[in-house]
Design a protein. Sequence first.
Length: 259
Amino acid sequence: MAIVAIAGSCGNTEENTVEFETLTLDKAINLTNEELSPTCTVSLKMENAIEKNGHRAEVINNTVIERLLNMRDMSMKTAMEEFTENYIKSYKSTMVPLYNQDRADTTKRAWYEFHYIISAETQQGSKNTIVYLATVDYYEGGAHGTHQQVALNFEAKTGRLLTLSEIFAEGTENQLNNILLKALKEKTGLGTIGQLREKDYLKSVDIYAPENFIINDETITFIYNPSEIAAYSVGSTELIIPYSSMESILKNSFISSLQ
């Protein structure tokens, strides 16, 4: 059981504490009855806010279930079970006809070795926030799999999910984008858009602020997964921006929450 305690500057300390338990589910099935049949593996390790946290637990868990498992109106355990069953059922119904066509070609067997893995943990963000950080890794055929980090920032007292619109003042998108572009140039050592594109950054998209970030006491870390602002081969990109660089575009209410 993991405990994340966020101590506020005033009020009831228990209101700033959220306790989690770790739930796991592992299941593997063969695509066919053959001895060397391809397999599908689902492995889920989720952090579940426990009931003693009251309504906050329900709010946090509902958000996690919707964002990571695409389920609604059920417990974390039930959502994990239904996600797994649905994924395996879809795997078999979709892949068996295709595999029957390819079974004679042993070079294609690896295409049918599916897996879906979620591994989650919680950590303290800023003084009054909790970060729910999940690594999602899956392979569903093709040249390579998908590896992502998903960060969800929750207000400890309420369980409310914090979004960019609650952090940055309205109309400051361009200013934030300029800050992120400057950070990307500094991180890569590439001084121009042309140089970035030569290294497979921003070839098909302009810089933007993703709703995938980690709030800390002094910084926000913006997470770009592979293929989002750079080629898949580049991997993930994290830009760590200190609040001191963004003071003019932060909402006063957010600044107050950090104090």
